[in-house]
Design a protein. Sequence first.
Length: 316
Amino acid sequence: MRRIRRFCLFMAVMTAWLALGGFAEAETLPAEGAAPYPPVESALSKDGMHYNDGSMMIAIETEIVEDTKVFWVSVEITDPSQIRTAMAGAKGSKVLAQPTAIAKRDNAVLAINGDWFTSHHTGIIYRHGKQWRNVPAYTRDTLIIDENGDLHILAFGRGTPKDRMTGALNAFLEEHTIREAFAFGPGLIIDGVKQEINYREKVSCDAMNKAQRTVFCQTGPLEYLFLVTEGPEQFEPGFTVPECADLLEKRGGILQAYNLDGGNSSQIILCGEKINAAEYEKARNIADMICFATTVAPGQTGEAGGADRTEAEKEE
């Protein structure tokens, strides 16, 4: 029943949003540094699970699957520059910070944990359009966000020569610009096809153990989905990585899906508030986050989405 109410609320917001003409034309945000504008307070729903400011829309659904709480975080933006990364420290440092602090400092409307690449030395890493590391390894699938905000996954099998992996990256760069690149994995769905992966060939992410998980997906142009699950740390069973792939396949409509850091690193921060495992006030300090920012400056018009959502809630 609770899920049905949330769905009805979401549909009411969509109807109001379409009546207003959908998203307004967005500006391009600077690639580096904190996003220029903070979240629009009036755009957040009373239940703290939906956000719509006219430049972006977020909807968080929850369900119980096999005794485990599952979060589905849907995101739609209007400009590729709204999807960003935020680091706890400067390039080359191993500084860690609380997820809420990272999100607040970078004016993130939504922030999800990243790949914690500072804890290892392999993989292809880009941040804010700049290459931070170029150590390709078949053990680490690469997730790329290009200039259009599209996700791409480069995956290679055991023993793939480094020159072949470097060649694939160079071929990609002939057609695209890399805005962000992550080294964790594995890729679970690539170009709409669920992957059958020999997890012994990939860097261990406790793939076959039940745990908290975070998976980053694309469902359409500038449309994304995060799967975040609870796990043993919250005294719930959790999921293996293959089970997460099965959940995504069952949901359908997934173009790309990439496993991120999990366990106590799994974090959902919306407008400064921790959403998952909310009863555990202090989260693990982490190194980096994937963030989504608004293009609505304080005092601008276009905040009607939040007001309409409030009215929809009153009618619920």
